[in-house]
Write a protein of this length. Sequence first.
Length: 455
Amino acid sequence: MAKAKTQFICQNCGTVHSRWAGKCDGCGEWNTIVEEDPMGGIGSGPGKAPKKGRPVTLTSLSGEIEEAPRIPTGMSELDRATGGGFVRGSAVLIGGDPGIGKSTLLMQAAAALSRKGHRVIYVSGEEAVAQVRLRAQRLDAAQTDVLLAAETNVEDILATISEGKRPDLVIIDSIQTLWSDTAESAPGTVTQVRTGVQAMIRFAKQTGATMVLVGHVTKDGQIAGPRVVEHMVDAVLYFEGDRGHHYRILRTVKNRFGPTDEIGVFEMSDKGLREVANPSELFLGERNEKAPGAAVFAGMEGTRPVLVEVQALVAPTTLGTPRRAVVGWDSSRLAMILAVLEAHCGVRLGQHDVYLNVAGGYRISEPAADMAIASALVSSLAGLALPADCVYFGEVSLSGAVRPVAHTAQRLKEAEKLGFSSAVLPTASSELPKGGAGKWKEVESLPDLVARIAG
Ligand code: TYD
Ligand code: MG
């Protein structure tokens, strides 16, 4: 028999290569390609007679349609991110950097569900049962009926969770420790991770249990990252945050049963994760209102407004090519704002280093932040602090015009709630609340904004 052909698979994105290479064409990462046996486990058993399915028409299903049955955890920030609770029979991937708090979050969720009478099994492949229990104790979860198991072999896990009454929720911590007898590659490779995850998803679909899979985001490419199984699961959530800060954000990037633009906000404390119901208060907590270069952006995350401070430092450069450093925002978007300031507003920044930071380790993805960023930049360059009671939002176009953005009323309501009395926003913003004479400062273009700040 001919020797089975091996493939070279990128551990970061799963791209298959015919030869080994230093750099993956798929994702551009270096040293992530590993030789694997792609057929490991597939087609090795005896052939099975095909079973005939019965297709149905869509119309014949009308009347039977219900909302996906969910199990809410009662942790409102987690439920918000999942779209109202875990869906029965679905598989959810929770990715994040090692040490960010994934195990902590899931142990708290397990305890909350267990207290509500659900059967929860926590399978840890990374820590021994005693270690998991110790953590549970710290989280006030030790007095619950959460079932613990320390297994890494897929077949053993399936045997364990199939035993006894059907579980409502199974947590697998983590997918990178899963290994199956049927796949020949080393544990942690793409083939092993995919085979293991596939088996867990099948269990979820067959039994109606919710499967929560933990995946570490990996940097070195030696073990497969969560991205290689994103397409297989029903929902993908990433747990993000800066190790230097206490905030953690649970961000939904894929959800077959709900919205994908919601976030859940938590704060890491010595007793585990605490839910943050009003993120704005947190992100504005350490404001220095008199410093030039700081502007408050009235942003939106899904259905919820979030106020956050953006900080800019513009300083004369000593280098041939000035530095541009960004934390928490898109660097190409900053380059665009700088270009518009130069081209349309006469603001010369070619001899200046520019540093931009979003407070609290938060990351902004909305173009509506353009105005706040431009204001912070101009304020820093001019050395003039912006009014402390003002928020900024609006999108800037390449022509220098300022465009209206969605959810004006909600942004302004949140700002008012937190004590801000004025706002700089685009002209022609719809849904502007009535009676705010003089409070809402409408600007038409970026030159308008610069004149308002500097003049
Ligand atoms: P963990 O949940 O183990 O991270 P992950 O599973 O994503 O790798 O969290 C580890 C970090 O959280 C660790 O640095 C300690 C911290 N932590 C707290 O600050 N308070 C706590 O109550 C717990 C359990 C952990
Ligand atoms: Mg962990």
